[in-house]
Design a protein around this ligand. Structure first.
Ligand code: NAD
Ligand code: IPM
Ligand code: MN
Length: 355
């Protein structure tokens, strides 16, 4: 038997609701295999912080790091809650995990499955992957305010782009593109304005392209990329982009490919030095939390990404097929809440896996 140590962080809002279904599906797909999951649960998030004042302690981090992989629901409270100002949870917990565990490749696939409802009238084939840089950009917290609160306030939030950081994520994205049938990579940036970072990204794409002669490469400014994601998403295969652009593009990508409730992601540490972390693209959705209205498919598909990462592609494929069949019969809810219960979706997928 193979034992896999899994850290589970259900988190806040709909996080625990969708993770319950993801765990059910994970157990179901492994029935009859020689894989045993040893779970450790971590109650982290806004609720824990408001109770204890802790975001992610050194002990939490050490205990999480001792696992093979991490499954996270969503963390964070109601946007704008003054008790959670200064990105306490986002920076103190989620980004801290991504940074400490060196999750530099944030992989976010988008596929529009048959039967899914797209807000686009003629979406065509939607099957692309955004490789979002995960450890740099304006996310690093390199900023500050001078003369805060005065009419002369200066607020800086500096975007960090290192040659090391850009090189490695661009290389990873080329590897992803090389392994896909279309073998196409699009750099998305804003080189017409962000000239220093833009030049660094473009230079690394150009240099690494020489190592991947089969991969065709193009470039889009991020504003134009949002146009094409809506008018012609079929033009995309692999997008590589910085942390902030990737955040924005992947919510849009979720919305056009069946809804944010179906968008899965992996925060990958490609070297394998640290556990990679799998989570839905969406957040804690305080507006529907506790009502069993959240689509757990994003969390379930994140389990599939996790199984791929663990070298269990057969189980990953079975989960994807079961989700696709479920979606084909029920449709999807691109604008948010489900018409069936969260737990019903998980139960139906478990049933399909058990057949
Ligand atoms: P959100 O993704 O939580 O919600 C945006 C909209 O999408 C809401 O209307 C919500 O109901 C809907 N939605 C989200 N997930 C859904 C699902 N599975 N099924 C159906 N509908 C779904 O974004 P937000 O409101 O901007 O953020 C809420 C909190 O979550 C904030 O504190 C934010 O910082 C945090 N957040 C956390 C993560 C994470 O943990 N990875 C990701 C994004 C946002
Ligand atoms: C995401 C989220 C996070 C991000 C926030 C909550 C820090 O929006 O995972 O997409 O911006 O990366
Ligand atoms: Mn986001």
């Amino acid at each position: 038997t193979r034992q896999i140590k899994l850290a589970v962080i259900p988190g806040d809002g709909i996080g625990p609701e969708v993770i319950a279904e993801a765990n059910k599906v994970l157990d179901a797909v492994l029935v009859g295999s020689d894989v045993v999951i040893k779970r450790s649960h971590f109650s982290l998030g806004a609720a824990r912080y408001l109770e204890t004042g802790d975001t992610l302690t050194d002990e939490d981090l050490a205990a999480i790091r001792a696992n093979d992989v991490i499954l996270l629901g969503a963390v964070g409270g109601v946007p704008g809650d003054p008790r959670l100002a200064n990105a306490t949870i986002e920076r103190g917990l989620l980004l801290k995990l991504r940074f400490e565990l060196d999750h530099y490749a944030n992989v976010r696939p988008s596929i529009l499955l048959p039967g899914e409802t797209s807000p686009l009238t003629a979406p065509g084939t939607v099957d692309f992957v955004v490789v979002r840089e995960g450890t740099e950009g304006p996310y690093v917290g390199n900023g500050g305010a001078i003369r805060a609160g005065t009419p002369h306030e200066i607020a800086n939030e500096v975007s960090i782009n290192t040659a090391h950081g850009v090189e490695r994520v661009v290389r990873y994205a080329f590897e992803v593109a090389q392994a896909r049938p279309a073998k196409k990579l699009t750099l998305v940036h804003k080189t017409n304005v962000l000239v220093y970072a833009g030049a660094l990204w473009q230079r690394h794409v150009d240099a690494i392209a020489a190592e991947f002669p089969e991969v065709s490469v193009d470039y889009l400014h991020v504003d134009a990329a949002t146009i094409f994601l809506v008018t012609n998403p079929a033009r995309f295969d692999v997008i590589v982009t910085d942390n902030l652009f990737g955040d924005i593009l992947t919510d849009l990508a979720g919305a056009i490919s069946g809804g944010i409730g179906l968008a899965a992601s992996g925060n990958i540490n490609p070297s394998g030095e640290f556990p990679s972390m799998f989570e839905p693209v969406h957040g804690s959705a305080p507006d529907i939390a506790g009502e069993q209205k959240a689509d757990p498919s994003a969390a379930i598909l994140s389990v599939a990404l996790m199984l791929d990462h663990l070298g269990l592609p057969e189980q990953a494929t079975r989960i994807r097929e079961a989700v696709a069949q479920d979606v084909a019969t029920r449709g999807s809810a691109p604008a948010g809440a489900l018409s069936t219960r969260t737990s019903d979706v998980g139960d139906r997928i478990v049933q399909r896996l058990s057949r």
